[in-house]
Design a protein around this ligand. Structure first.
Ligand code: NDP
Length: 263
């Protein structure tokens, strides 16, 4: 994510994202600058990517593909390339918002037994579809087989997944982050993955972006890293572009935006 300086004459901002953590919101509010953003239209694509990343990570697909190429695939062995499956599992979702719900909806048919979620407050209406239980973050960390981070990045969520969090997780658990890199403490994640404290991690978002190619996380077989492609389908990016342009035009004309951030 790029951080943008705010010029003195700035009146309207249009961001092609639902996340607004790259914007200086206090200053924007103080100056009465209007902000258009693109919620909803990217939910399905991002949820689809999150499920792909979860399966890719938990079933060790990058490692398996590499083994085919490098000759590591030899005689059939019972435990070779085993990963973890979703059937009868417990899935924990940090932030049952639009994307969190869309992920749960897609994971349910895989035979997930139990959904847990954490957030600022229970959301019984949204949770009912998955019989998801609202639990403290520590309980979610301790009981989930798969943890998916889908909350927004705020001062409260920055560094939420740190060494204390990883210490609570099962050794067999898999962490997936599609939210923002800063929700996860990457140094602590490296230690947890390298020491076998947790099984694996799949990240669509990192700090910084792009992640330097020399980053230690890239040396780990049990860490799958994607270049922030959650919403990257042709259709979704076209829709986001149109919405962002219409937000900007409406803002410049002093009209209501199709999707304006409430500050
Ligand atoms: P929503 O606003 O619908 O959901 C955000 C969720 O974050 C809410 O459920 C909210 O919980 C939760 N949250 C806020 N504060 C906390 C907290 N302190 N602890 C736990 N949960 C918290 O947004 P979306 O679902 O549309 O998007 C979520 C995020 O996904 C975006 O902010 C963005 O960072 C990221 N994203 C990433 C993409 C990618 O390409 N990888 C693409 C699109 C989005 P509550 O309901 O209790 O307030």
């Amino acid at each position: 994510m790029l951080f943008c300086p705010i010029g003195a004459n700035l009146k309207v901002i249009s961001t092609m994202s639902v996340g607004v953590d790259h914007l200086a919101l206090d200053e924007i509010k103080k100056r009465g600058i209007r902000v258009g953003y693109t919620p909803d239209v990217l939910t399905d694509a991002t949820a689809e990517l999150a499920v792909s990343l979860l399966l890719t990570t938990s079933r060790r697909l990058p490692e398996a593909i590499e083994e085919v190429k490098n000759g590591g695939w030899t005689a059939w062995k019972p435990l070779w390339m085993c990963g973890y499956g979703l059937t009868k599992s417990t899935v924990g979702i940090i932030g049952l918002g639009r994307i969190g719900q869309a992920i749960a909806r897609r994971l349910k048919p895989f035979g997930v037994q139990r959904f847990l979620y954490s957030g600022r407050q229970p959301k019984p209406q949204e949770a009912a579809e998955f019989q998801a239980e609202f639990v403290p973050t520590a309980q979610l960390a301790a009981e989930a087989d798969f943890i998916i981070v889908t909350c927004s990045l705020t001062p409260a969520t920055k560094g939420l997944c740190n060494k204390d969090f990883f210490r609570l997780m099962k050794k067999t658990a898999v962490l997936v982050n599609i939210s923002r890199g800063d929700v996860v403490n990457q140094d602590d994640l490296y230690q947890a993955l390298a020491s076998g404290q947790i099984a694996a991690a799949g990240l669509d978002v990192t700090t910084p972006e792009p992640l330097p190619t020399s980053h230690p996380l890239l040396t780990l077989k049990n860490c799958v890293i994607l270049p922030h492609i959650g919403s990257a389908t042709h259709g979704t990016r076209n829709t986001m572009s149109l919405l962002a342009a219409n937000n900007l035009l409406a803002g410049l004309r002093g009209e209501p935006m199709p999707s304006e951030l409430k500050l």
